[in-house]
Ligand binder design. Structure first.
Ligand code: PLP
Length: 388
């Protein structure tokens, strides 16, 4: 058997060593507490589940869905953009439902990237920006993000000739893993850069509603003219605790949407109609659950920050997404600090280097852990860092 070269080209799975150690610790009887994955622990709001049940009993949902999604779901996404961002979208040409935003992020390069084409990948970032590029035969060109820039790229430092050849610029705020947020002015810079270099700006807004301390995340499509050069990914996963349902969308530039749609019609057959009907119930039903959800995450964030602040860390609490992103102690690599927290506290965190080379020297803790496990984990980390 001979696997493809593109598989060998995928970045190494940096969590493999951590996974091995976790299994080892568990086998040794350690009660391991995981701050590793960003997967909401709280349930999907009841009215959405009820709509799924109702729709699943309606046999008309049992056949292949339309490739382009239910008109009602596309309209619900457009209505959400109008209400939330003041952005008008044509549900016929500027909205495409996805089987989770990850699916569209992974497939977009198939519509834009020919073998060898550069793709500008901001890192540390969601790993699928890079992996999708590699699977399509493209060449990821890293744009390093730095703490001193608020984890926003210095686009003026990107080689102009490379940018001119590049097909896509990947950007995502509120960000995984850095938990950074971006202002509309910053997104405007990215739109200008994309227009100047004729690159598709792919903005990942999967955490659009998950923000703290009063920060309200913008959409890239609020930038005047952005629709000429940008698409934006969104998702019900984090907003409505629906990661397992696999439902999201891409909106924006109609040519890009059409091109991605063409790829998808050849690969998948859309989203189960009952899930789309539940998605309509979610978006049309508003976001009454959100204040309590955000209060829970903010409380958890503050508890984690308290532990690290008390241990001497001098960093601000993050303003968005489901993570706390922290530097490792001086001289300790991401993987070493991760291993130390596992050995000394029985706590799993994600090493920053798993999200790109510029994530070296950082760890990521997820806020999607139940309050009692979080408390126990925080207490153990506190003891490991300051003793007592
Ligand atoms: N974008 C970012 C930044 C993420 O962190 C994730 C998931 O963790 C996704 C997209 C994919 O979300 P989904 O496919 O569930 O919509």
């Amino acid at each position: 058997m001979k696997t493809a070269r593109r598989i060998a080209a995928l970045p190494p799975y940096l969590f493999a060593e951590i996974d091995r150690k976790v299994s080892e610790r568990k086998a040794a009887g350690v009660d391991v507490i995981s701050f590793g994955v960003g997967d909401p622990d709280l349930p999907t709001p009841g009215h959405i589940v009820e709509e799924l049940a109702r729709a699943a009993y309606d046999a008309s949902t049992h056949q292949y869905p339309s490739y382009f999604g239910l008109p009602g779901f596309r309209q619900a996404i457009a209505d959400f953009y109008a209400r939330r961002f003041g952005v008008t979208l044509d549900p016929g040409t500027q909205v495409l439902p996805l089987i989770g935003s990850k699916e569209g992020i992974a497939h977009l390069p198939w519509a834009f990237v020919d073998p060898g084409d550069p793709v500008l990948v901001t890192e540390p970032g969601y790993p699928v920006y890079e992996v999708g590029t590699i699977l399509a035969g493209g060449e990821p060109v890293h744009i390093p993000l730095r703490a001193e820039d608020g984890w926003f790229p210095r686009l003026e430092t990107v080689d102009g000739a490379v940018a001119d050849r590049a097909k896509i610029l990947w950007l995502g705020y509120p960000a995984n893993p850095t938990a950074a947020v971006a202002s509309l002015e910053q997104l405007e810079q990215a739109v200008r850069f994309a227009a100047d270099h004729e690159v598709l700006l792919a903005h990942d807004n999967a955490y659009s509603e998950i923000t703290y301390d009063g920060f309200v995340a913008p959409s890239v499509l609020q930038v005047p003219g952005a629709v000429d050069t940008a698409v934006e990914f969104g998702s019900l996963s984090k907003i409505y605790n629906m990661t397992g349902w696999r439902i999201g969308w891409v909106v924006g530039n109609p040519e890009a949407i059409e091109a991605l749609g063409r790829v998808k019609t050849n690969i998948d057959s859309g989203i189960f109609n009952a899930i789309q009907r539940a998605g309509m119930a979610a978006l049309n039903g508003g976001m009454d659950h959100l204040p309590a959800l955000l209060a829970t995450y903010q409380r958890r964030r503050d508890r984690i920050m308290e532990v690290f602040w008390d241990a001497g860390w001098k960093v601000d609490a993050p303003k968005g997404a489901l993570y706390v992103w922290l530097p490792t102690p001086a001289g300790e690599s991401s993987v070493d600090f991760t291993a130390r927290l596992l050995d000394d506290a029985g706590v799993v965190v994600a090493p920053g280097s798993g999200y790109g080379p510029s994530g070296e020297g950082y760890i990521r803790l997820s806020l999607t852990i139940s309050d009692d496990r979080l408390e126990e984990g925080c207490e153990r980390v506190r003891k490991a860092l300051v003793g007592g």
